[in-house]
Design a protein around this ligand. Structure first.
Ligand SMILES: Cc1ncc(COP(=O)(O)O)c(C=O)c1O
Length: 451
């Protein structure tokens, strides 16, 4: 207790936390996390919490998974880090081969970095420079992205992002990006009813791609689930049609699978579900099983080829980071991919998804549950003030935060997105844990916003 209090005090004196209103933080008694074991985190007072959002969407197989621990330790006994500029190493070489083997067909090059934002920053710069250097490429400099998109917090990925709350203030710093309305049937941007609204969104998207084809370098999307927007699900067929339209117009398609990758949606990558292979794919988060910061941007041979030339032509991709392809991260990623090889992880996700779906079904009738969205083990429950009009609560009511607080009293950690309660349990969860998670959320919703 004393130690916890001391740590809290020291934290408040020196630290500035991400995506956190620090004036509120200073008044709170934050949990000080000390260790993890399986799907649980433990605080310094010995309390145990189920990791209900996989430590912000990164963890796949729980904490202190033996194979990943051992792989990192083994790598540590040889080399913690060396630069990837002008040198290479075995874990990165082996990992590149494995990533290309599990990734969507057609991708043949791996460019490493260290987090989702930089993986997307790289994707954007790569697409831009590709057109500059492609034989007869023309002046294709534009990007088309979705409203509600989230691709990270660096300036390039913020430019592609479309969440006003996070990105609005930075607009003067950003490059302009053409914006497609978020295809979200619950709040249809065209005011239409299901199912025609989904089709309409797809048609308008195709028109937009065709109209802008000559000036677009790439279309950038989070396939199937727009996570940070509140787990918004793409209408079925939208992604496939986007791939067809971009192919037809010779525009690159960049898929950001930072959140959806590595089994979270029920397939290794979300874009597989619509038979889509992007030209550029960004991965991070689950890549190391949630252990270490490592990311990768995968590209086609066609894109890679445009960067080849004589040294003095300077067609080089001038981008890199001190910790690019960190060997410890690569070792953790290799161990993560071997778990996928050895165990039927995707079969397990499908079984757990069915349980999650059934459990969430019980919440449908609750008076303030607006929409329940789920793809695989990614779910969002949108809480609304008025179920009929779909009116939201005022942000000052902090409904999402209050619900999550209540859930914490039940020994479960969650983090909401506004008034969307996000559930993203580790892929290693048990059926009983999923049931307990939804039951606790249901109870908390009914307590915080009773009928
Ligand atoms: C789709 C998507 N892209 C990019 C990012 C940024 O990743 P990172 O936080 O590792 O920079 C996130 C993070 O949540 C994400 O969900």
């Amino acid at each position: 207790m004393e130690r916890t209090e001391r740590l809290r005090r020291q934290d408040k004196q020196a630290i500035w936390h991400p995506f956190t209103q620090m004036a509120d933080w200073e008044k709170e008694a934050p949990l000080v996390i000390e260790r993890g074991e399986g799907n649980y985190l433990f605080d310094t007072d010995g309390n145990r919490y189920f990791d209900g959002v996989s430590s912000l969407w990164v963890n796949l197989f729980g904490h202190r998974r033996r194979e990943i621990d051992e792989a990192v330790r083994e790598q540590l006994s040889r080399l913690a880090h060396s630069t990837f500029l002008g040198l290479t190493h075995e874990p990165a070489i082996e990992l590149a081969g494995k990533l290309l083997a599990v990734g969507p067909p057609g991708l043949s090059r791996v460019f490493y970095s260290d987090n989702g934002s930089t993986a997307m920053e790289i994707a954007i710069k790569m697409a831009f420079q590709y057109w500059r250097q492609k034989e007869g490429g023309g002046k294709r400099e534009g990007f088309l992205a979705l409203s509600g998109g989230y691709h990270g917090d660096t300036i390039g990925s913020v430019s592609a992002g479309g969440i006003d709350l996070f990105h609005g203030i930075f607009r003067p710093l950003l490059f302009p990006v053409c914006r497609l309305p978020m295809p979200h049937c619950y709040r249809c941007p065209y005011g239409l009813a299901r199912p025609s609204c989904g089709l309409h969104c797809a048609e308008r998207m195709e028109e937009e791609v065709r109209e802008r084809a000559g000036s677009l370098a790439a279309v950038v999307v989070e396939p199937l689930v727009q996570g940070a927007a509140g787990m918004i699900l793409m209408p079925e067929g939208y992604l496939g049609r986007l791939r067809a339209a971009t192919r037809e117009c010779g525009v690159l398609l960049v898929c950001d699978e930072v959140a959806t990758g590595f089994g979270r949606t029920g397939t290794m990558f979300a874009c597989e579900q619509e038979g889509v292979s992007p030209d550029i794919l960004a991965v991070a988060k689950g890549l190391t099983g949630g252990y270490l910061p490592l990311a990768a941007t995968l590209a086609t041979e066609e894109i890679y080829g445009a960067f080849l030339g004589r040294f003095e032509e300077f067609r080089t991709f001038f981008h890199g980071h001190s910790y690019t392809a960190n060997p410890l991260g690569c070792a953790a990623a290799l161990a993560t991919l071997s778990i996928f090889e050895r165990e039927d992880v995707l079969g397990r996700v499908r079984r757990l998804s069915a349980v999650l779906s059934d459990e969430l079904g019980r919440l449908e009738g609750r008076p303030h549950v607006g929409e329940i969205r789920r793809k695989g083990l990614m779910a969002g429950i949108e809480i609304v003030k008025d179920k009929k009009t779909r009116e939201s609560f005022s942000p000052a009511e902090k409904v999402g935060q209050r619900i999550v607080r209540k859930v914490r009293e039940q020994g479960i950690l969650l983090r909401p997105l506004g008034d969307v309660v996000v559930l993203m349990p580790p892929l290693s969860s048990t059926e009983a844990e999923i049931e307990r998670l939804v039951c606790a959320v249901d109870g908390a919703i009914r307590e915080v916003v009773p009928g």
